[in-house]
Write a protein that binds this ligand. Structure first.
Ligand SMILES: Nc1ncnc2c1ncn2[C@@H]1O[C@H](COP(=O)(O)OP(=O)(O)OP(=O)(O)O)[C@@H](O)[C@H]1O
Length: 453
């Protein structure tokens, strides 16, 4: 690949059909870059590429002429990469289209910036993209290992989550995190904060499922002394407490409709009014929310406001259940074994093959939390230096817990889940499990092989 020059020497072509955007970017970039060109019409890209030989194209994804689907951006990205494979292309996109932009990265875009942009971030993004193309060390590398450290998992599903997380964290986009109980939604929310420019600010979590209706407003928006009987002094709400940082609204699916209206108003106006006050307080807060409820189904049934969903879900991250993460179960099991072995002063504890086999077939309705608790219990009870399958006691509580998610309707997934559940029920006894499933032991072994169990 031809190596790209530094920003101060680079020729940059900005393509956007909004003349105001072109003017603003030209004013910003001219003092910093070697040469800056602007173009309203993407049709002229091939000619400009030949004549001007830009090092970097800053390309808008949406054009008035096309319906706002970002397809035009994809089309031009593909053309540019065909005509000049080593060209550095950075996309510009609106908040709602970040998902598209993330996909565009896979199609060869070097990076993307979100409109309205922050000048310093935009300049840093362009400089980094050029730096990467020239093989130089990134100017301001994202501490990606931080995310790897806390969110264990190498399965394809978890790699996709981590990729999205690292890409989305530095933006100010609202993120809706979905997934069954215990899948790591809280971990993801904390990582999004830690990897964001707001990391030095507060991270404030609110469990909306635990706040009573009557306290909702005062908890979130604050109150003045005397606003209600127990308000003995002025108090800031969670929104104000999160100023300059991140507010994490957990269990958002549990919020009753009247409270949804109040939350929506605050998110729209970006200001709160404390109970008993008339003075609005502007808020500078990034909002993350999480739920294990089927939010879209609730919205379709008018039990959750669609306009609030749209405010919250600029980006969505869905965490897969542990049973769909393949070998991650064993990775996590080893991680928790080491962690609790250290905590309970039982060094050198290891998982026996029988324990690994047992973990592989368990369905984990309580997901990572269930695995963590199972291993902790086993470590506490362990007598020797090896944990056997008989040391793994899965909680009947979790096995009985109905999951809020509609299960898959794929036949092979249903079969796999049924097998896992029945084997669990019979504590790994294959003969009894086969009897309950109505098949022979051999047939069950064949299916275990088929499903990689
Ligand atoms: N990928 C992971 N790597 C390491 N630990 C994890 C991972 N996912 C979850 N955990 C751990 O599992 C436990 C449950 O995770 P967490 O509380 O984030 O789940 P949750 O989806 O928010 O659950 P709930 O819906 O019940 O609130 C935590 O102790 C967390 O640290």
């Amino acid at each position: 690949m031809a190596s790209a020059p530094l920003l101060s020497k680079a020729t940059i072509l900005v393509v956007d059909d909004d003349p105001d955007v072109l003017l603003a970017l030209a004013l910003l970039l001219r003092p910093l870059a070697g040469h800056v060109l602007t173009e309203k019409n993407p049709e002229r890209l091939p000619a400009l590429l030949r004549q001007e030989r830009p090092d970097l194209v800053l390309l808008d994804m949406n054009y008035q002429s096309a319906a706002n689907t970002g397809n035009e951006g994809f089309y031009w990205l593909a053309q540019l990469k065909k005509l000049a494979p080593s060209l550095v292309v950075v996309l510009m996109t609106a908040y709602g289209d970040i998902d598209l932009a993330v996909r565009a990265l896979k199609d060869g875009a070097a990076d993307f910036v979100v409109k309205p942009w922050r000048n310093d971030k935009l300049v840093a993004t362009l400089a980094e993209a050029l730096g990467r193309a020239s093989g130089a060390a990134p100017m301001q590398a994202l501490p990606a290992n931080q995310a790897n450290a806390a969110l264990i998992g190498e399965s394809e599903a978890m790699q996709a989550v981590r990729y999205k997380l690292e890409k989305i964290a530095p933006t100010d986009a609202n993120v809706l995190i979905m997934g069954e109980n215990g899948t790591g939604k809280d971990v993801v929310a904390r990582l999004l904060h830690q990897l964001s420019p707001r990391a030095a600010g507060p991270f404030v979590a609110v469990d909306l499922g635990a706040i009573t209706d009557s306290l909702f407003e005062s908890e979130l928006f604050g109150h003045l002394k005397g606003a209600f009987t127990d308000a003995r002094q002025d108090r800031a709400g969670r929104f104000e407490a999160a100023q300059g940082g991140t507010l994490f609204l957990d269990e958002i699916g549990n919020l009753p409709l009247p409270q949804q209206v109040k939350l929506l108003a605050v998110l729209q106006n970006r200001q709160v009014v404390r109970l008993g006050s008339n003075t609005p307080v502007p808020i500078d807060v990034r909002v993350l929310s999480a739920t294990n409820a089927p939010l879209y189904q609730l919205a379709a049934e008018d039990r959750f406001r669609k306009d609030l969903v749209y405010r919250l879900n600029t980006i969505e991250i869905t965490l897969p259940p542990l049973r769909e993460r393949g070998g991650d179960v064993l990775l996590l099991a080893r991680h928790f074994t080491a962690q609790y072995a250290a905590k309970y002063h039982k060094p050198d504890l290891e998982l026996a093959d029988s324990a690994l086999a047992r973990l592989r077939v368990h369905a984990f309705p309580g997901n990572v939390r269930e695995l963590q608790h199972t291993i902790e219990r086993a470590v506490i009870m362990a007598e020797g230096s090896v944990l056997h399958d008989s040391d793994l006691l899965f909680s009947a509580l979790e096995a009985a817990a109905p999951t809020a998610f509609v299960p898959t309707l794929r036949l092979d997934e249903l079969e796999k889940t049924a097998i896992q559940r029945v084997i669990d029920k019979h504590q790994g006894n294959i003969s009894q499990a086969a009897r309950e499933l109505g098949i022979t032991r051999m047939a069950l072994y064949r299916r275990l092989g088929k499903h990689n169990l």
